[in-house]
Design a protein around this ligand. Structure first.
Ligand SMILES: *Cc1c(COP(=O)(O)O)cnc(C)c1O
Length: 370
């Protein structure tokens, strides 16, 4: 069997045609029809009024925090169990990330823990839709409204997932997405912000492009901003992918359904799967298992033996509070720590046919149970 990778992008729509159009017409930089079209169609897809294309899904979070006026001394509540970009963005505005633990079954941030962590310094909450599954946005938005603290949804892993019929990204004040090569859809590197609030949109747009005054004379700048723009070439690929997103999501759900069935049949009691209450809430960025206490081998040993069999594995994220940039030796978040030491990401892309999925599960079974 050839090597099975964790993630491989699939381009089967207009991506190449649109990219060629950029090169043929010379519209390769941040102006051009694809940026506008990608923004418009992404806003429609999410059910949001505005969308703003950016260079990646970290600077999108930076712009969102700037637009909400988050500054040094402010606290921003987020899960400790996330990809580090969420926490790094908070550092970029000089604010303090306040970490909270996850739910043991959904692995998403625990809303009750968010509420406990609120102080008079809390100025934003960033829920992360981990591995492609929506957080409990009903409870999180209730907390947001009760304490008048805005929510930035980090939806970098969950394009298209729904909570009670609404797309992730469209429920908080601002939603943030990534189009890195392994995400639900990609444009190489890229990011998108969505919002219904015109003022937030205008501020994010201002800072995205060096603070240039959109209505005044050329080279007249209102604030010191950034260059966080997306190129027309990225948007060309992104638009081609977005036109095909329902297929991408359907493939990921197909792969997940097969894994879930096989794990229940073959490794029941040995692996914990993410609890999914509503099939619409999950787009399965990653298929995941957490090794239970019945597995005597260390997680890293299991992964190394799978690698020897040419099957790529990834560990779950390490919690923020255990890593050098955000280390807090007094903090203890047992759920996130267990996930970080026992969790494994499995090959999850659209190219995973039944044969490959069975091969992954059989090899895992062989290594775990023998
Ligand atoms: C991928 C990711 C990001 C950052 O995206 P980039 O485009 O790589 O900068 C942010 N948050 C989460 C949760 C992610 O998974």
């Amino acid at each position: 069997m050839e090597r099975i990778s964790i993630a491989t992008p699939v381009f089967r729509g207009n991506e190449k045609k649109y990219l060629n159009e950029c090169i043929d017409t010379g519209w390769v930089s941040a102006n051009g029809r694809f940026v506008n079209e990608f923004q418009k169609q992404f806003a429609d897809f999410c059910g949001s009024k505005y969308a703003l294309a950016c260079s990646n899904g970290t600077v999108t979070l930076h712009l969102a925090l700037i637009a909400l006026g988050i500054k040094p001394g402010d606290e921003v509540i987020m899960p400790t169990f996330t990809y580090i970009a969420t926490a790094n963005a908070v550092k970029m505005v000089g604010a303090t990330p306040v970490f909270v633990d996850s739910d043991p079954e959904t692995w998403n941030v625990d809303p009750a823990k968010i509420e406990e962590a609120i102080t008079h310094k809390t100025k934003a909450i960033i829920p992360v839709h981990v591995y492609g599954m929506s957080c409990d946005m009903t409870k999180i938005m209730e907390i947001s409204e009760k304490y008048k603290i805005p929510v930035i949804e980090d939806a970098a892993e969950a394009h298209g997932a729904k909570w009670n019929g609404k797309r992730v990204g469209s429920m908080g004040a601002i939603g943030s997405f990534s189009f890195f090569g392994n995400k639900i859809i990609t444009c190489g590197e890229g990011g998108m912000l969505v919002t219904d609030d015109e003022d937030l949109y205008n501020t994010m747009k201002l800072y995205r492009s060096q603070g240039v005054d959109p209505s005044a004379k050329r080279y007249w700048h209102l604030v010191s901003g950034y260059n966080y723009r997306m190129t027309n070439m990225q948007a060309a690929i992104g638009l081609g992918q977005l036109e095909d997103i329902e297929w991408h999501i359907a493939q990921r759900r197909r792969v997940a359904a097969t894994y879930t069935k096989l794990f229940r049949e073959e490794l029941d009691g040995y692996v914990q799967l993410q609890r999914v209450d509503d099939p619409e809430s999950h787009v399965y960025w990653m298929n995941c298992i957490v090794l239970t206490d019945r597995v005597s081998k260390e997680r890293d040993q299991v992964m190394a033996e799978m690698e020897e069999r040419n099957i790529e594995m990834r560990p779950f994220f390490y919690p923020m509070h255990v890593m050098p940039p955000f280390e807090d030796k007094t903090a203890h978040f047992p759920i996130a720590e267990r996930l970080g030491s026992r969790g494994i990401n499995l090959p999850s892309h659209a190219g995973m046919d039944d044969e490959k999925i069975e091969y992954v599960v059989q090899n895992l079974k062989d290594i775990i149970i023998g």
